[in-house]
Design a protein around this ligand. Structure first.
Ligand SMILES: Cc1ncc(COP(=O)(O)O)c(C=O)c1O
Length: 478
């Protein structure tokens, strides 16, 4: 009998295989049926508590029964972020090799903390971060690590900036009024006072106003603050706007300020020619954060932080520990735990590596380009539909629009109400899911089109639904 069968928490090989095979079957069925399923499902707490609450059982029950319950009563109550018509927030659509990689890494029980503990996935993390380095045009001196996501990458970037600046006593960090909340949290965690996190205004194009930014920095210097870092957006989550990266790089060089680019969702557009051109200047940043669980088709969690001078990252995070003294194999064998905040770390590189090895970059490029093309086409459709109004130029897969009939003058309050009603109907309709944003106080519908399996028909049907709901909402208004 295998050792694993004898353990209190062990299973026979037959049971293990049966359980894994059933899990795989459920997942494949789900993936193949996604297009016909609802794009979103959820339930209120009272109902879920009745189904799932209760103390831990003293005695267990058959694993397959537990698996079926999870697949029936837990997992479906979620946004289907990989549904071809899920356009809300920033969706993700993982490739199957990526999903299998996470299962393998869990099964092999990999802790990608140090070279000694997992050299195979350590090597892959070097390979994958080097691919990303190349895609964003960073020099060989750059390096980084894979993180849980953009939020963790932002924290690690801010801490690196702080340490590189010699831990100033009164640091100030700059970003725009469109920047992601993750950056504000990162600055706070890095020790920046809340009132020293400066939000520069943006223009009508939602890009940082460089004149205002320069004035803010000058004022802060006069007041005795130490400008530490500027966070640029390479795809704001709201509109996809890309900040003037070359101008920001010039400014930061002149001022001696760390430039961090938050490219969490937009960064992987760099693998296409069109995206790379849009992100021109990203290669001049001191650090860049990107999320492979967004536009690089990986399961959560797959963020990345790249730092142009890798030594700065290591200087910020490497801390010796007696109990880990055997893991120090020298510079040529990096311990990724010394490049960030986590010691125990998932083997995130495996999923990226397996997916890219399986499909090849040509297909990844085509998948990213699909999002860029569909979003552009969606923008043209909105402009041609007399019921709809395009609110901002389409950028990096994001389309902001609203119901605003050309043949009927509506005041802003009416438009606001009508669009909120339309969105509420979309939420409870099975066809598609998208979300909204506020564009300098104006309510806007927003579609983010990044899924590799989305086709034009999915986008067209969704926009036609909005038009229809819009007409109906207007008719019902007195
Ligand atoms: C622009 C941007 N920055 C940062 C984040 C935070 O990333 P994560 O959710 O991976 O922590 C997001 C998430 O959507 C984002 O869109």
């Amino acid at each position: 009998m295998a050792r694993v069968e004898q353990s209190e928490l062990g299973m026979s090989p037959q049971e293990m295989r049966r359980l894994a095979a059933r899990a795989a079957e459920i997942l494949v069925e789900r993936a193949c049926g996604l297009g016909d399923a609802k794009a979103w499902d959820g339930e209120f707490r009272q109902i879920l508590e009745a189904q799932l609450g209760g103390p831990p059982p003293e005695l267990g029950r058959p694993a397959e029964e537990v698996l079926e319950q999870a697949a029936r009563d837990v997992l479906p109550y979620a946004a289907r972020l990989d549904h071809p018509r899920f356009f809300g927030f920033v969706p993700s659509s993982p490739t199957w090799p990526g999903v299998v990689a996470d299962f393998l890494a869990a099964g092999f029980n990999i802790n990608s903390c140090t070279w000694l503990v997992s050299s195979g996935t350590g090597q892959l993390e070097l390979v994958v971060t080097d691919w990303i380095r190349g895609w964003i045009g960073y020099p060989e001196s750059a390096g980084g690590l894979l993180t849980s996501g953009g939020s963790a990458a932002s924290v690690e970037a801010m801490v690196t900036a702080r340490e590189a600046a010699g831990h100033p006593e009164a640091p100030a960090v700059y970003m725009s009024d469109q920047s992601h909340s993750a950056l504000k949290r990162a600055a706070l965690i890095a020790g920046v006072r809340r009132d020293c996190i400066r939000l520069a205004p943006t223009g009508d194009d939602f890009r940082t106003d460089m004149h205002e930014l320069a004035r803010m920095v000058a004022r802060d210097r006069d007041a005795g603050l130490q400008p530490l870092a500027l966070c640029a957006n390479a795809g704001t989550a709201g509109t996809g706007a890309i900040d003037p990266l070359p101008a920001m790089a010039d400014f930061c060089e002149r001022q001696g300020i760390w430039l961090h680019v938050d490219a969490a969702y937009g960064g992987f557009a760099a693998i296409t020619d069109e995206g790379r051109a849009s992100l021109d200047g990203i290669e001049r940043a001191d650090s860049v954060g990107l999320d492979a669980h967004k536009w690089f088709f990986q399961p959560y969690e797959a963020g990345a932080l790249l730092v142009k001078d890798r030594r700065r990252l290591e200087n910020a995070f490497a801390i010796g520990h007696d109990v880990l003294q055997d893991t120090v194999w020298g510079k040529n064998h990096p311990n990724f735990a010394d490049r960030g905040q986590q010691l125990s770390r998932a083997a995130r590189a495996l999923k990226i590596w397996m997916s890219v090895q399986t499909f090849g970059m040509a297909r990844f490029r085509a998948a990213v380009q699909n999002g860029l093309d569909l979003a552009r086409r969606a923008g043209a459709h909105v402009e041609a539909d007399p019921m709809l109004e395009l609110m901002t130029p389409v950028s990096l897969g994001i389309v902001c629009f609203r119901v605003n009939p050309a043949d009927r003058a509506c005041d802003e309050d009416t438009l606001d109400e009508v669009n909120r009603r339309v969105l509420a109907r979309v939420f409870w309709d099975d066809l598609a899911f998208f979300s909204s944003t506020s564009l300098k106080g104006v309510f806007s519908l927003r579609m983010c089109i990044l899924n590799h399996s989305t086709g034009w028909d999915d986008v067209r049907r969704t926009l036609e639904m909005v038009s229809r709901f819009g007409k109906e909402a207007l008719v019902r208004r007195p």
